[in-house]
Design a protein around this ligand. Structure first.
Ligand SMILES: Cc1cc2nc3c(=O)[nH]c(=O)nc-3n(C[C@H](O)[C@H](O)[C@H](O)COP(=O)(O)OP(=O)(O)OC[C@H]3O[C@@H](n4cnc5c(N)ncnc54)[C@H](O)[C@@H]3O)c2cc1C
Length: 475
C-alpha cells in the first residue's frame, strides 16, 4: 500500500477528501468522533418524519462536483424550488430582500425615514471616508440606520448573541445580497436589471434528507477500500521534526494511536491546535482561546396538518421571538413527512449551556408555540410529538479580530508540512457544504500530486489566502 492518509472528521469536507483518495487507490482512514458520518449534514428520523440539523440544501457553482454527486446518488437526488420570506411586523417580505417589496410594504413614513437616514449615512461616508469595521458600520453606511434597525440589526444580534458592533463587516459583505440603498432605488426604477447576487432559486436535496448524501458517499469510500472509524475522538498528535507522525484518539473509550504519512484535519481549528501538547506558546494558546463558535438548538415538531406554508425558510427578524428561522422539511423533500402530514423545525441560536441550550424541551415548545401563534402560524392542538437536537459548532463567530487569530493559527499549522486543516471548522470560515467538499477534494489532491508548485497552489485553497466566498455568491 502507498502512504497512509488520516482524515480527522467525517463531515462533508473530510468525507469528500476520503472519497477522492479512496477512488485513487490511496490508503485512507477517517476518524470520526460521532457514531455516524455527516457532521452538520445529518438527518434524524423519528416516527416516519425526517429532520436535518437546520434544513440543508445543496447548491454549487462547481459543475464537476454536482456531476459527481448526481452520478453517485442517481434518482435519490431531487431538485426543489426555493422560496424564502422574512416575517416582520405582521408582514411577509421576500428573501433575499427585494427592493420593490421593501419599498411598497414599509409604508410612506418609514420609507421617508429610511431615505433620510440613508442620506445622512451617505453624507457621513463622503466626508469621513471611514472604513467599515463592524457589521453595523457596513449595513448602516449602505442602507441607513432605519433599515438597519428593522431588518439587519435585530436578526444579526439574535443569531450571534452579541452586538453587531462586535461582529466583523466580513459577515455582512458575504451574506447581504443588495449592495446599498442606492442599488435598491436603481432596481425599483429599473435602472439596474441584473440579478442581485446571492440568490439561487433551485437546489438539490436528497430524497431522505441531507444525511443520505453523506451516508452514500461513506458507503462508496468503504467500497473503494477506504476505512471509516466511528466513535473515534481525536485527542492528540505525535510530532517529530515538524512532521505529524501519528494521531492519538479514543475509540469507544479506549486510548488508541495510529501512524500516518499525511493528515487532513477537518475538526475545529482550536481543537487541532490543542492536540499539540508541549508545542504551544502562550501566544498560540491566546489565539486559540479567542476563536469561538455559536451553538444552535433545533426544535423539531411533528404536526398533524397537511401543510403550513409554501416556504423553504421563514426568517424571523424580531428580537422578541426566540427563533431565527422556521422551516418546513417537506418543502425540501416530500419524503420528509408521512403522506398528508407535515412538520416544523425551528432554529434557535444559543451558546452551549445558556438558557436556550439548557431549557427543557417542554418549556421550549411552549415558548415557541406562543411565538409561532404571534407570527400567524397556528399549530397548537395539532402537535403529534416533538424533540430537540443541538450542535455546539454551528457558526464560527466572526468577531472584529477573528481574522488575526485565524491567520496566526493557520500560519502555525503551515509549519507542519504534512498537515492540512480545512473545512468549515478547520479553516474557521462561514462556508457551505459545497465549499467544504471542494476544500476536502483540493486537500486530497494536494497529498497526491508530485509537482511541489501545484501542491502549494492546492494547499492555498485551504489556507488563509483562499477565496472561499465563491460559494456565497449564489445564496
Ligand atoms: C443551521 C445550519 C444550516 C446550514 N444550511 C446549509 C445549507 O442549506 N447548505 C449548505 O451548503 N450548507 C449549510 N450549512 C453549512 C454546512 O453544514 C457546513 O458547511 C458543512 O457541514 C461543513 O462541513 P465540514 O466537514 O467542514 O464540517 P462539519 O460538518 O462540522 O464536520 C466536522 C466533523 O468533524 C467531527 N469532529 C469534530 N471533532 C472531532 C474530533 N476531536 N475527533 C474526530 N472527529 C471530530 C465532527 O463530529 C464532524 O463530523 C448549514 C449549517 C448550519 C449550522
Amino acid at each position: 500500500m502507498g502512504k497512509k492518509v488520516l482524515i480527522l472528521g467525517g463531515g462533508p469536507c473530510g468525507l469528500s477528501a476520503a472519497w477522492e483518495l479512496s477512488k485513487s487507490g490511496c490508503n485512507v482512514t477517517v476518524l470520526e468522533k460521532e457514531s455516524r458520518v455527516g457532521g452538520l449534514c445529518v438527518t434524524n428520523e423519528y416516527k416516519g418524519y425526517r429532520f436535518d440539523l437546520g434544513g440543508h440544501r445543496f447548491i454549487s457553482g462547481d459543475s464537476d462536483l454536482i456531476a459527481k454527486v448526481s452520478k453517485m446518488m442517481g434518482g435519490e437526488l431531487l431538485i426543489s424550488k426555493r422560496k424564502s420570506v422574512i416575517l416582520f411586523g405582521g408582514k411577509t417580505y421576500q428573501y433575499p430582500l427585494s427592493a420593490r417589496d421593501v419599498f411598497f410594504k414599509l409604508g410612506l413614513w418609514t420609507n421617508l425615514k429610511a431615505l433620510i437616514t440613508y442620506a445622512l449615512a451617505a453624507f457621513k461616508n463622503l466626508i469621513l471616508e471611514k472604513e467599515d469595521v463592524s457589521f453595523e458600520d457596513w449595513v448602516v453606511s449602505r442602507f441607513g440606520r432605519t433599515l438597519y434597525n428593522i431588518f439587519f440589526g435585530p436578526y444579526t444580534e439574535k443569531l450571534w448573541g452579541i452586538s453587531p458592533k462586535l461582529i466583523s463587516s466580513d459577515w455582512a459583505s458575504q451574506r447581504i445580497s443588495l449592495i446599498s440603498l442606492r442599488d435598491v432605488f436603481f432596481r425599483i426604477f429599473k435602472l439596474r436589471r441584473d440579478t442581485p447576487r446571492t440568490y439561487a432559486q433551485w437546489f438539490y436535496y436528497p430524497r431522505h434528507g441531507i444525511g443520505q448524501m453523506f451516508e452514500m458517499i461513506a458507503d462508496d469510500i468503504v467500497k473503494t477500500g477506504g476505512e471509516i472509524l466511528l466513535n473515534a475522538n481525536v485527542t492528540g498528535l505525535d510530532i517529530h521534526d515538524n512532521t505529524v507522525s501519528g494521531v492519538c484518539y479514543k475509540h469507544n473509550g479506549a486510548d488508541k494511536q495510529v501512524e500516518c504519512d499525511t493528515v487532513i484535519s477537518t475538526i475545529p481549528l482550536p481543537d487541532i491546535i490543542r492536540a499539540f501538547p508541549g508545542h504551544l506558546t502562550k501566544d498560540i494558546l491566546w489565539h486559540t482561546d479567542a476563536l469561538r463558535f455559536r451553538a444552535v438548538r433545533f426544535l423539531n415538531i411533528l404536526v398533524d396538518l397537511t401543510d403550513i406554508s409554501e416556504n423553504t425558510w421563514m426568517y424571523v427578524s424580531g428580537k422578541r421571538y426566540v427563533m431565527t428561522r422556521i422551516q418546513e422539511p417537506k418543502r425540501r423533500s416530500p419524503f420528509n413527512a408521512p403522506a398528508g402530514k407535515t412538520s416544523i423545525m425551528l432554529e434557535l441560536p444559543c451558546s452551549a449551556n445558556d438558557e436556550i441550550w439548557s431549557c427543557s424541551p417542554e418549556r421550549l415548545l411552549e415558548r415557541c408555540v406562543n411565538d409561532l401563534k404571534e407570527l400567524g402560524i397556528h399549530i397548537d392542538g395539532k402537535i403529534i410529538d416533538y424533540f430537540t437536537t443541538q450542535v455546539t459548532h454551528g457558526y464560527p463567530v466572526y468577531s472584529l479580530d477573528y481574522r488575526v487569530h485565524r491567520s496566526e493559527l493557520l500560519h502555525f499549522l503551515d509549519t507542519y508540512k504534512n498537515l492540512i486543516s480545512c473545512g468549515r471548522q478547520g479553516s474557521f470560515r462561514y462556508i457551505f457544504m459545497d465549499t467544504a467538499m471542494e476544500m476536502g477534494i483540493a486537500a486530497a489532491l494536494s497529498t497526491m500530486v508530485k509537482d511541489t508548485h501545484k501542491k502549494e497552489d492546492i494547499r492555498l485553497l485551504c489556507s488563509d489566502k483562499a477565496v472561499v466566498e465563491v460559494s456565497c455568491v449564489m445564496r
